[in-house]
Ligand binder design. Structure first.
Ligand SMILES: [Zn+2]
Length: 69
């Protein structure tokens, strides 16, 4: 039986760059551990500042620095 292929994780598209190629998710972590830091260094995600507020951006574009929901 064929297994379902893992899909690439969904990423939103940057409205300025018209692509999601450089878009990474922003992670708001209570505890920042080594794994998260390593992933941030590898450019897989961005660690968001832990502040409370509405409409926190979920995505960050490495190409233009745009943060968006
Ligand atoms: Zn962009």
């Amino acid at each position: 039986m064929a297994r379902v292929k893992r899909r690439k994780p969904y990423r939103k598209r940057c409205r300025y760059c018209k692509t999601n190629r450089d878009v990474i998710p922003i992670v708001y972590a209570q505890k920042i551990d080594e794994e998260l830091l390593q992933k941030e260094q590898e450019g897989e995600l961005k660690i968001g500042a832990a502040f409370v507020g509405a409409d926190l951006p979920m995505w960050y574009c490495k190409n233009c620095g745009n943060e968006f929901i």
